[in-house]
Design a protein around this ligand. Structure first.
Ligand code: NAP
Length: 476
């Protein structure tokens, strides 16, 4: 049984409650994990609060070294972490390896920021000297989702530690394993006991208790817009500093001059990566009318060639969805699409292969002739489902792309650089890519407009979200 990690020790919960993990590829019960309750969260937060003074005193050179050691330990444990992540989430092992690499790179990047992000001297009119200090905020309550567990956890933990904060992390109930292992590696790297605590448990109990706890000064949440709304309301009670990374319904805008040989495979993976369980998935495919039929014909041929399979097989391209419950939810959306009158071009069913029949697999699916205001075009499906919509001119494409509550990511495919920049400026989204389906660069800020979130992760921008700014004035 996997226990909590509090004050450097693996401990059971007060209540003895556990969560049973199910292997999404086989449907078999796999592992039990301690499920933290309110008392456990309280204990972890008290411990993190007591650890603040010591961690803050660790000088910048030593803190840098500790984070670099952690990056190296992640690399040394790459295969074990990747296998854990692959089996827990159901993602193909080669994608899990990339995710572990991203986590290691993230700690390395933020190790380098520890002694480069400080205060300023301000040219005030008054007689004296004005300085600003960057100070840690205090205990950070970090809440992670299940789709990229170790990567998204690292995006929060690395800058929080770099800025001298202490942490209580609540991973998603279904995918807590790599977070627990990461916290053990942090101890090995020299992060003092109590600085980084992990409390897996149900969001409605452990997550709720963490957000409400008066000693938690910062909440960084990644998950659905629905739960993010609740988190923001709860955090408002004592004016906590909040970062929200929420859902998306991003658009791929493909113009008639795009190079289809290059676009089709990239556009496909910009939706099907992680079996579509990606907040940045470009699940709305906006195609300029003259290429609409050809594009969909060729894209559906590519979809049919995809290799669905067991996550730990090296040649698997698409694994199962994270759980059977989530597959049911995605299938409900496929049914909604049919009822809304969209044309099912391919997929839509549970695959017939006998080796996959026990897992939460689903065929990659394309809907064509989707109406921009229909539910499947507006709501986040979070599965391997593409909604294709034709457009006749640039202004119409922009209007369709912006017809969304969300504003997280998106791509523009064209060889006309002026058009690419004009459209990039017009789209209301936190991240936009030109001629690629890639959204995340550790060195650049990442986050959403509108109901996709508040604040930014990654880049240097996130450091401001994990630090307080103090003004000091010394009179002449
Ligand atoms: P979710 O259901 O909102 O859960 C996210 C996390 O919040 C989990 O750890 C969950 O715990 C916890 N939680 C649930 N209820 C809570 C409450 N009342 N108070 C505090 N915490 C609570 O999201 P998910 O299904 O794990 O992840 C998918 C969603 O995340 C999608 O909408 C996706 O777009 C979004 N996402 C966004 C980004 C981004 O960077 N913008 C990145 C990845 C994913 P349990 O696991 O116990 O429910």
């Amino acid at each position: 049984m996997e226990k909590l990690l509090i004050a450097g020790d693996r401990v059971p919960t007060v209540s003895g409650q556990t969560t049973q993990l199910i292997d999404p590829a086989t449907g078999e019960a796999w592992m039990e994990v301690a499920a933290a309750g309110v008392e456990d969260v309280d204990r972890a937060v008290q411990v993190a609060d007591q650890a603040r003074a010591g961690w803050r005193r660790v000088n910048s050179r030593d803190r840098t070294q500790i984070l670099l050691r952690l990056a190296n330990l992640i690399r040394e444990n790459r295969e074990a972490l990747a296998q854990l992540e692959s089996r827990n989430v159901g993602k193909p092992i080669r994608d899990a390896r990339d995710e572990v690499d991203l986590a290691a790179d993230c700690f390395e990047f933020y190790a380098g920021t520890v002694n480069k992000f400080g205060g300023t001297v301000n040219p005030v009119a008054a007689a004296g000297t004005s300085l600003t200090f960057r100070e840690p905020i205090g205990v950070c309550g970090l809440i992670a989702p299940w789709n990229f567990p170790i990567a998204i956890t690292s995006w929060k933990v690395a800058p929080a530690l770099a800025m001298g904060n202490t942490i209580v992390l609540k991973p998603a109930s279904q995918t807590p394993l790599t977070a627990l292992r990461l916290a053990e590696l942090a101890l090995e790297a020299g992060v003092p006991a109590g600085v980084f605590n992990v409390v897996p448990g149900p969001g409605s109990v452990a997550g709720n208790a963490l957000v409400r706890h008066p000693l938690v000064r910062k909440v960084s949440f990644t998950g659905s817009t629905e739960i993010g709304t609740q988190v923001m309301k709860l955090a408002a009670d004592d004016i906590k500093n909040v970062t929200l990374e929420l859902g998306g319904k991003s658009a791929n805008l493909v113009f008639v001059d795009a190079d289809l040989d290059k676009v089709i495979p990239k556009a496909m993976w910009s939706v099907l990566g992680n079996a579509g369980q990606d907040c940045c998935a470009r699940s709305r495919l906006l195609l300029e009318r003259p290429l609409y039929e050809e594009f969909l014909y060729r894209l559906s041929n590519e979809f049919k060639k995809l290799k669905l399979g067991m996550p730990l097989n090296d040649d698997t391209e698409i694994g199962p969805l994270v759980s059977f419950g989530h597959r049911d939810r995605v299938q409900e959306y496929i049914e909604i699409g049919r009822k809304e009158g969209a044309t099912l071009v391919c997929g839509g069913n549970i695959p017939a292969q006998t080796d996959l029949e026990k897992g939460a697999f689903l065929q990659p699916t394309i809907f064509a002739d989707v109406k921009p205001n229909s539910r499947i075009a507006q709501e986040e499906i979070f599965g391997p489902v593409v909604c294709a919509i034709p457009f006749d001119h640039e202004e119409e494409a922009i209007a369709i792309a912006n017809n969304s509550f969300y504003g997280l990511s998106g791509s523009i495919w064209t060889q006309d650089i002026s058009r690419a920049l004009r459209v990039a400026k017009a789209i209301e989204t936190g991240v936009i890519s030109i001629n690629t389906g890639h959204s995340v660069h550790l060195e650049a800020p990442f986050g959403g407009y509108k109901r996709s979130g508040i604040g930014r992760e990654l880049g240097l921008a996130v450091l401001a979200h994990y630090s307080e700014l103090k003004s000091v004035f010394i009179a002449d």
